[in-house]
Design a protein around this ligand. Structure first.
Ligand code: 13P
Length: 249
């Protein structure tokens, strides 16, 4: 990782936990010794955003796991960035593979959500990643570049964006990408940003890796020059998350 990019570790709790178990996890995180020079953000279920923000130490950020593309209105079941901010929460995860592939979110909708969230002042963790058949078909670059383009088309201020490369085949499967596989894609994404956005953005944007990151795999991944942190699912619900936060040597 470059010394100019602050290491960033996000936990994505997905649809897991309850007040009791998340409260216990928060107590552990609050008491833990975390690297002061690493940004940490926990992605809580919508219903627990307020609870999480109130209990979690202020040095740890909180993220929503999704939001809608407009501020308010007749959109039953949806949550707006304005509501997320009203709970003191400053981040949102958008374009996660489960939103894309379980809930059928299109690139277009994800782009609209990115634009609106940034306009409302939220930081965005924007997720991209190829499926197994796409990797095996040799079109990983094409897929992640196309997803990144839609995100980039909707970003004016890159200082509020973290790009999360999460190969779908690595999510929840226990099959972590090798450090070389992650580095290869991250480097290409940075090159894409240089060509299509600017050299300054390519240098400064954090590109984090997600997909079966564990306490055992995090250190070697973190040592790769273009891996600027992680987005962690399953392991973010365990005390092991602290080792992942502190992975950067
Ligand atoms: P796992 O760490 O459980 O594979 O999940 C990764 C992920 O989807 C984070 O957003």
């Amino acid at each position: 990782m470059s010394p100019t990019r602050t290491f960033f570790v996000g936990g994505n709790w997905k649809m897991n936990g309850d007040k009791k178990s998340l409260g216990e996890l928060i107590d552990i995180l609050n008491a833990a010794k975390l690297h002061a020079d690493t940004d940490v953000v926990c992605g809580a279920p919508t219903i627990y955003l307020d609870f999480t923000r109130q209990k979690l130490d202020a040095k740890i950020g909180v993220a929503a796991q999704n939001c809608y593309k407009v501020a308010k209105g007749a959109f039953t079941g949806e949550t707006s960035p304005a509501m997320i901010k009203d709970c003191g929460v400053n981040w949102v995860i958008l374009g996660h593979s489960e939103r894309r592939h379980v809930f059928g979110e299109s690139d277009e909708l994800i782009g609209q959500k990115v634009a609106h969230s940034l306009a409302e002042g939220l930081g965005v963790i924007a997720c991209i990643g190829e499926k197994l058949d796409e990797r095996e078909g040799g079109i990983t670059d094409k897929v992640v570049f196309a997803q990144t383009k839609v995100i980039a088309d909707n970003v004016k201020d890159w200082s509020k964006v973290v790009l999360a490369y999460e190969p779908v085949w690595a999510i929840g499967t226990g099959k972590t990408a090798t450090p070389q596989q992650a580095q290869e894609v991250h480097e290409k994404l940075r090159q894409w940003l240089k060509t299509n956005v600017s050299e300054a953005v390519a240098k400064s944007v954090r590109i984090i890796y997600g997909g079966s990151v564990t306490g055992a795999t995090c250190k070697e991944l973190a040592s790769q020059p273009d891996v600027d942190g992680f987005l962690v699912g399953g392991a973010s619900l365990k005390p092991e998350f602290i080792d992942i936060i502190n992975a950067k040597q």
